[in-house]
Design a binder for this molecule. Structure first.
Ligand SMILES: NC(=O)c1ccc[n+]([C@@H]2O[C@H](COP(=O)([O-])OP(=O)(O)OC[C@H]3O[C@@H](n4cnc5c(N)ncnc54)[C@H](OP(=O)(O)O)[C@@H]3O)[C@@H](O)[C@H]2O)c1
Length: 283
């Protein structure tokens, strides 16, 4: 049972899991905040595995509306985790590189202590803790800076679509160059989720594309692939008036997943090129 099946990740999970008997649930018909509906649905469908992609993803808005973020990313996850645990149903849940504060300057492993800098990261960490404490059979997958064909529904766009649109509208692009992360393909992530859930090696995993970059370098690669030279310049986080603080470094170490038998990702630049080709940005 996939919650958020038409979201950015959900819409790539559906084809990746096509060999399974899938129940695809979409918002607002299915609302994870409605505990009674979640319970009724679990009773009716009796799934072996629940995959929850629903999330409050608007990182900056989360600072202003922390209760909305906490309800969706933590309390609804607690209820779902409890219901899955009562039925001994497997739960796959997604978290974020933003659970880390970025003070480490080498890739974060699952053993590193989270210390979120913003409300979004805090609520994602709370969701993780509920799953870990309530479920026996769970996979928590922390991932990073997703790009996929559907675009991030919660944010209304993903970074690639946004900067291309801004450039086409003639805006100068000032992009932060002091936050290092890994842009990650939802197409490749969905394939790896399929591999992971076939291992029965429950637990916490980091899954992201290979390599890393700053948001400015990421934008540079997008325009390099497009073959255009926009008005693009680097800025520091302090010059970008974002409401939420973000980690300066949030690269994830995928070693545990690799040791569990999950295939490695492509380098993010290769996955980006494939994405831009499929989306029709490049020929
Ligand atoms: N996007 C990123 O860069 C990123 C980075 C790290 C981790 N993650 C995590 O990865 C997961 C998937 O992200 P994504 O980019 O695929 O997000 P997304 O595109 O926003 O997909 C989430 C899906 O859940 C649905 N949804 C929203 N509220 C719901 C509710 N109350 N009940 C049921 N469904 C609801 C959304 O529907 P509507 O669109 O109609 O609201 C959407 O279809 C999330 O857990 C996210 O925190 C994402």
């Amino acid at each position: 049972m996939i919650i958020g099946a038409d979201g950015q990740l959900g819409s790539d999970l559906v084809p990746a899991l096509k060999n399974h008997n899938l129940f695809c649930l979409t918002y607002p018909e299915f609302d994870i905040l409605r505990t009674d509906q979640v319970e009724e649905t679990l009773n009716a469908l009796n799934p072996d595995i629940v995959i929850n992609t629903a999330a409050y993803n608007r990182v900056d808005d989360g600072e202003e509306f922390p209760l909305d973020a906490f309800r969706l990313n933590a309390l609804a996850v607690r209820d779902l985790a409890r219901m899955c645990s009562d039925r001994d149903t497997e739960l796959v849940h997604f978290s974020s590189d933003y659970v880390f504060d970025g003070r480490k300057r080498s890739p974060y492993t699952e053993e590193d202590s989270p210390s979120p800098l913003n409300v979004y990261g805090l609520t994602k960490l709370a969701g993780e803790l509920f799953v870990r404490n309530l479920c026996r059979r769970y996979y928590i997958v922390r991932t990073s800076s997703l790009f996929g064909l559907a675009g991030c529904m919660g944010k209304g766009h993903n970074f690639v679509d946004l900067i291309i649109k801004r450039q086409e509208e003639g805006h100068p692009l000032r992009i932060v160059d002091d936050q290092r992360m890994t842009p990650t393909s939802t197409f490749e992530l969905a394939e790896r989720i399929r591999a992971l859930i076939e291992t029965n090696a429950y637990g916490l995993y980091h899954l992201s594309s290979r390599g890393d970059c700053t948001w400015y370098e990421y934008a540079g690669e997008v325009f390099h692939l497009l073959g255009i030279a926009p008005d693009l310049s680097p800025i520091n986080s302090g010059d970008y008036l974002a409401r939420a603080r973000r980690p300066a470094y949030s690269v994830l170490d995928n070693g545990k997943a690799a040791r569990t038998g999950v295939p490695e990702f492509s380098h993010w630049t290769e996955a980006l090129e494939n994405f831009m080709r499929k989306k029709g940005y490049i020929g």
